[in-house]
Design a protein around this ligand. Structure first.
Ligand SMILES: Cc1ncc(COP(=O)(O)O)c(C=O)c1O
Length: 424
């Protein structure tokens, strides 16, 4: 292969793109594709939102990099103030980094310092990143961990209620998983050793599975009782994705630490963690940091992004679009037996594809995605442990015309990939 690029990246497509606008990207050949990946949940405001582009242009003329240990540039405090306004109550101080993995690591470092305890509990199917610690916290697919041992210790994995896989009623699954959690605290690590519980409110890479409200509330109550910090990884669910600014706002749970990245800056590599002043103040000065975290370009992009997301009616429109798309997917489920379940919140939706026996069908899913790409010019990803979950994550500004077109394209893809003997 005539390339100087590493082959380590998994490649969803070989499209060579030169520009993006809203929900579409354009290739070097001038062909337009509907992007239902949002760059994996990053361009929530759409590709090149004019307000974000204007803010970045303005910032680029003044300062590309004003290192945070050396200076307090004039986008830093405004962004922290703005985040304090839009994050759940009690989140009031912020630390900035570059990626989701870095922010998750920072959250764990803060939790260890704030509690003086060594361990963290995560959930089966979670994805928290690819650094060594976040790999140890990630159990969405074995490939992310394989060949990288030894991974850091002090990470315990608890059950997550993925009811589609276990064929349980949600209440049964929640009761079982909370009982498993209690057993873990009795058998694997005492609460006095646990600094944090880290959870995605909607399992992302692991299958787009919303955590039931009772599960999050049960875990948060246990954390409170045991002096464990409740850390919510909103890297993929944050910044409007679920129709609220943060997915945890669909519950009454107040996180101790909130982890943010991806949608925060519409494509600039910025991430953040937020906590109460009381927790944040327990982080010893100089014990954490980084060269680029809080970079002015990222902060300018984030400030403009938040303005777009908080415009009147924006989040309500996300909710409405999500409901409409989910209803369309449900309509397709009644025609295509291979569609076993549609689920999700806002514009973070999933479709489970199964074979004639009802087992996860990765081959069919791959064929569906290929059809969507090659025949329909619609870019869609999968997720989940079997690669059989279609992941719907369009830019939040996507219009009804595009969403309706995507449903029609999905309908045709399901028909075109029906196996001989199967009912299309
Ligand atoms: C929930 C969650 N946490 C953390 C990460 C890691 O983020 P990054 O790839 O920016 O390191 C991801 C990335 O997909 C994610 O979805």
């Amino acid at each position: 292969m005539d390339t100087h690029l590493s082959d380590v990246w998994f490649r969803l497509t070989d499209l060579e793109v030169v520009s993006g606008s809203g929900a579409t990207v354009t290739t070097v050949a001038g062909t337009e594709y509907l992007d239902l990946t949002s760059g994996i949940g990053v361009v929530n405001t759409g590709h090149c939102h004019p307000e974000v582009v204007a803010a970045v242009r303005e910032q680029a003329g003044r300062f590309l990099h004003a290192q945070v240990n050396c200076y307090r540039h004039d986008r830093l405090e405004p962004l922290a103030t703005r985040l304090a306004e839009v994050t759940p109550p009690g989140i009031e101080r912020f630390f900035f980094a570059n990626s989701g993995a870095e922010a998750t690591e920072a959250a764990v470092k803060l939790a260890k310092q704030a509690t003086g305890k060594p361990n963290v509990i995560v959930f089966r199917g979670s994805f928290h990143g690819r650094s060594h610690l976040t790999m140890a916290m990630t159990t969405s697919k074995a490939v992310y961990r394989a060949g990288h041992a030894p991974l850091p210790s002090g990470v315990l994995v608890a059950s997550f209620p993925y009811t589609f896989l276990t064929d349980e009623e949600p209440t049964t699954a929640v009761t079982r998983c909370l009982a498993d959690f209690d057993l873990l605290l009795r058998t694997q690590t005492a609460p006095s050793e646990v600094a944090a519980v880290v959870i995605e409110p909607v399992l992302g890479e692991g299958g787009y599975v919303p955590a039931p409200r009772a599960f999050l509330e049960g875990l948060a109550a246990r954390c409170r009782d045991h002096g464990i910090l409740f850390v919510v990884d909103e890297v993929q669910t944050g910044f409007g994705r679920t129709g609220r600014m943060f997915a945890i706002e669909h519950t009454d749970v107040q996180p101790d630490i909130l982890v943010m990245a991806k949608g925060i800056a519409s494509g600039f590599p910025l991430s953040a963690i937020g906590a109460s002043a009381e927790v944040m103040d327990r982080w010893p000065v100089g014990s954490h940091g980084g060269t680029y975290g809080g970079n002015p370009m990222g902060c300018a992009a984030a400030l403009a992004t938040i303005d777009v997301l908080t415009a009147p009616g924006f989040l309500e429109a996300v909710h409405a679009r999500g409901q409409r798309f989910l209803a369309g997917l449900e309509e397709l489920r009644s025609h295509h037996p291979c569609v076993a379940e549609n689920r999700g919140i806002g514009l973070m939706l999933a479709t489970e594809i199964v074979d004639e026996e009802g087992a996860p069908d990765a081959t069919r899913t791959a064929a569906v995605l290929r059809h969507l790409l090659e025949e329909e010019r619609v870019v869609v990803m999968s997720c989940g442990p079997f690669g059989s979950t279609v992941r719907w994550i369009p830019p939040l500004v996507v219009g009804d015309r595009h969403l309706d077109g995507a449903l029609e394209a999905f309908d045709r893809a399901l028909t075109a990939t029906a196996r001989v003997g199967a009912v299309a």
